[in-house]
Design a protein around this ligand. Structure first.
Ligand code: F7E
Length: 337
């Protein structure tokens, strides 16, 4: 049964509404996941971290506000998590809260370890005590592999993890905690190891949206240079909407385990620049400059994920290609700017 069929059967057979709790609901992935779960007939609850500029804490889910329930909280604040889980008693928990920027993690390593590592421990403890029958999804990351590559040029579940950033180290800690809690306490806890995933909702300090926004501004005559860091690293880029669909399939697989979600193709940052500028009728070499401040103390050079098991066993398939994703991002900036 296709995804649309599945969504229909959830509604038509009149199941009592399943409850999903999403941390990081206002992020790129949180907002797409929220929409997807509402479409599937879920009652959605989310945790939002207080920010000084109120608009920033919920702008991606503004349209959905009347359909969901949000709580202030923080995965670093154990009490807030315990209160929310006691209140909601969810059937599914999706932990998407994180300090998600790899380069910034070098500047705030301790905060990154606390949030992306110990924060997950806080959530697992609350889950184990309050709602152990729930299913748990952890947003694990291809950044955990660091520069390990199998001989065929892919990363997969068996590839050694040698992280090259505080972000990657924290994600490995969380990954291991999820595995340990699954084994020790018989919890339905899963890791989805997601490779890079983008969309028009991506933060503008991540390389795809930074390049697309910059190129559109250049096209419109608003600037004439775009400063980047390393152009030679390669990434496996997919679309966030496709990847949140995988999250739901992962959590709902009969057996809790870990999965890889990736496009299986990679490109260098330079190729990405060339493609985006060319699509806009420009030559990237006329506009891109390199600045030291965007380089990382240690760079992860190459990512390409083998998601064949996820496709075969979960029936997951991306709707977007690299080209349709970039076009959507270009169209969005063309309209906005
Ligand atoms: O960098 C290079 C940079 O920041 C991609 C997060 O979602 O995916 C993401 O982490 C590449 C790197 O993503 C600039 O050095 C060059 O090689 O878009 P990014 P990321 O670090 O791969 C993983 C899977 C996650 O889990 C993370 O949460 O692009 N690059 N010049 C640049 N990157 C940025 N940000 N800015 C530049 O100016």
């Amino acid at each position: 049964m296709g995804l649309d069929g599945m969504a229909r059967s959830f509604k038509n057979e009149n199941f009592s509404m399943k409850k999903a709790f999403i941390t990081g609901i206002n992020g790129q992935d949180g907002s797409y996941l929220c929409e997807h779960l509402i479409d599937l007939g879920y009652e959605v609850f989310g945790m939002v971290r207080r920010q000084s500029v109120a608009e920033n804490q919920s702008f991606r889910i503004e349209k959905l506000n009347h359909k969901i329930t949000t709580f202030y909280g923080d995965i670093n604040d154990e009490k807030s998590i315990w209160n929310i889980l006691e209140n909601v008693c969810p059937d599914e928990i999706y932990n998407l809260a994180a300090m998600s920027h790899v380069r910034i993690s070098f500047e705030v390593p301790s905060y990154t370890l606390k949030t992306n590592g110990l924060g997950v421990l806080n959530l697992l403890e609350a889950y184990k005590h309050i709602c152990p029958k729930a299913k748990f999804y952890q947003a694990s990351s291809s950044e955990m592999f660091g520069n390990s590559i199998d001989s065929d040029g892919f990363q997969r579940l068996t590839t050694p993890m040698n992280p090259t950033s505080p972000y990657g180290c924290a994600k490995v800690l969380a990954y291991n905690l999820v595995n340990h809690y699954r084994n020790a306490y018989n919890l339905h806890a899963c890791n989805g190891i997601l490779f890079n995933h983008e969309s028009p909702r991506r933060g503008i300090n991540f390389v795809t949206n930074k390049i697309v926004k910059g190129a559109v501004e250049i096209k419109k005559g608003l600037r004439n240079k775009l400063a980047l860091g390393n152009l030679d690293s390669s990434r496996d880029w997919g679309h966030s909407y496709d990847y949140v669909r995988a999250m739901h399939l992962i959590v709902n697989n009969g057996k809790a385990r870990n999965w890889i979600v990736s496009s299986g193709q990679n490109r260098s940052v330079r190729d990405l620049c060339e493609y985006v500028f060319e699509t806009l009728g420009l030559n990237y070499m006329d506009f891109i400059i390199q600045e030291k401040k965007y380089l990382r103390p240690e760079e992860l050079k190459y990512l390409k994920g083998d998601s064949s098991e996820t496709r075969e066993l979960l029936g997951w398939k991306p709707f977007y290609s690299f080209e349709t994703m970039i076009q959507e991002m270009i169209d969005s900036w063309m309209k906005k700017i």
